[in-house]
Design a protein around this ligand. Structure first.
Ligand code: ADP
Ligand code: ASP
Ligand code: MG
Length: 437
């Protein structure tokens, strides 16, 4: 069975929901993962923020605006009063839940529960549309089978048997609909796979049910060779290897949640990126196959902090790096880039929740310098096979732009440079003009 995921824009209006129905209802059995309608998760994040800040008036205003939007959707989504009633009921249930968190102390459970309502509403509304149009459709509640462990990593061991149980319980259907993004954590509470996580839901489900293919349907015709939000004249890539796609997604290509590729790669399940608004386009296919030599694409990841530790104790000493890395390990903070000289080491992180603790501990080893607002720009392709010296090409293209760090040699697929975020746009454009034109 194929797994198809439709993102926020793809289900973002009555017209688009109808278009998704036309797309999927071809008689072939499939499992469909849906995001919240576009704008909804942002609105829910805002509501939770207001509740944390105890600004109830602003929270109530936002809740009322969002509820009104859904009432309008329900009015035009269905023809029959029975289905309209079912749709209204789903919207009412979600908003009653949201409102139940507006009194009392607001906490993370309230936040996560509120954030889950977008996907709960979109899937309930869409399932009704399918039923109204006579398609044999079942709604699978993702909270019954999507699990993360105490480290917030996907718990495949749990997901695999649970989704099979859910499918068996639901019984025969042509189309199964489920929520992206949402899951339960090790405590059994409602949680999520982080923003953009519906892509990850699709690949986890694909791996759990040994799907033939995972399709990610979005609002663009596939993976582009640079970020179309910042650079003009980007081009679609027909085919990428799992490794190339994983590096690009991890280093900021918003079209895929950073962790989407791994479950598919581990089980060799092809991932196809498709455009809901232009379904006849071939899209981008991601498989094990290497996809030609040379530089393929560029992506950028913001919100990076660089930490430099300078110490003469490092000179000729062994065990120094181990001690530094153990500090990051202790504070469960992943490292992205590392570069060293004889007496200094620079490390980048994107999760700064433990930055103060890390810096305090690092100070025991040397002088510490922290640079915030940095961006990793990552150039991806089959770079070893490119005999023309692609590193030189990257540096030539970036002439005049200060480079804070370079990482090359960690894999044959990637060269990364760290630049100040204010230079990101210029860097992406320069790389596009010189390397991808
Ligand atoms: P969805 O809501 O369907 O998950 P997203 O907004 O998360 O859609 O992802 C699609 C968007 O990703 C595109 O509209 C585009 O602006 C952005 N994007 C960033 N980098 C790339 C890239 N390299 N290729 C294609 N799209 C990209
Ligand atoms: N609705 C969630 C978000 O906006 C998940 C997703 O769209 O993938 O982040
Ligand atoms: Mg997305």
């Amino acid at each position: 069975m194929k797994v198809l995921k439709f993102g926020g824009t793809s289900v973002g209006s009555v017209e688009n929901m109808n278009a998704v129905m036309q797309l999927i209802a071809d008689g072939e059995k499939k499992l469909v993962v849906l995001s919240a309608m576009s704008g909804t998760t942002n609105a829910l994040v805002e509501i939770a923020d207001y509740l944390y800040k105890k600004n109830k008036d602003a929270a109530f205003t936002q809740i009322a605006n969002l509820e009104r939007k859904y009432e309008t959707v329900v009015k035009s989504l269905y023809k029959s009063p029975t289905h309209k009633k079912e749709g209204s009921k789903a919207v009412k249930t979600a908003f009653t839940t949201i409102k139940s968190f507006t009194s009392g102390e607001f906490n993370e459970i309230g936040e996560k529960t509120i954030l889950a309502q977008g996907e709960l509403i979109s899937t309930a509304l869409f399932t009704q549309v399918m039923k109204e149009n006579g398609f044999n459709t079942k709604l699978l509640p993702a909270l019954d089978f999507m699990r993360i462990d105490s480290d917030k990593a996907a718990d495949m061991q749990a997901i695999r048997p649970l989704i099979k149980e859910s499918l068996a319980e639901a019984g025969e259907a042509d189309y199964y609909i489920t929520q992206g993004f949402i899951c339960r954590n090790a405590e059994g509470e409602i949680d999520n796979l982080q923003r953009g996580g519906s892509d990850y839901t699709a690949s986890l489900i694909g791996a759990a049910i040994d799907s033939k293919e995972v399709q990610i349907w979005t609002d663009i015709d596939g993976f582009h060779n640079n970020d179309p939000r910042f650079v003009q004249n980007t081009k679609k890539i027909e085919q990428l290897s799992f490794n190339e796609a994983a590096e690009l997604a991890y280093f900021g290509a918003k079209i895929l949640h950073p962790q989407t590729v791994l479950p598919a790669k581990l089980q060799n399940i092809p991932v196809r990126l498709k455009n809901t608004m232009n379904p006849s386009d071939s899209g981008t296919l991601i498989t094990h196959d290497a996809s030609g030599i040379g530089i393929k694409a560029v992506a950028a990841k913001d919100g990076i902090t660089a930490i430099k530790v300078r110490s003469y104790r490092m000179l000729m000493a062994y065990g120094f790096m181990k001690n530094l890395f153990e500090i990051f390990e202790f504070f469960k903070t992943p490292i992205d880039m590392v570069s060293t000289s004889e007496v200094a080491v620079s490390i980048t992180i994107d999760n700064t929740t433990k930055l103060d603790d890390i810096v305090r501990e690092l100070k025991e080893y040397g002088e510490v310098e922290v640079d915030e607002n940095q961006t990793i720009v990552c150039v991806v392709g089959d770079l070893i096979a490119d005999e023309q010296g692609f590193a030189a090409k990257v540096f030539n293209a970036m002439e005049g732009i200060p480079i804070r760090m370079i990482s090359y040699g960690g894999s044959r697929h990637n060269i990364s440079v760290l630049v100040s975020t204010k230079d990101k746009q210029a860097t992406l454009q320069a790389l596009s003009d010189h390397l991808l034109a």
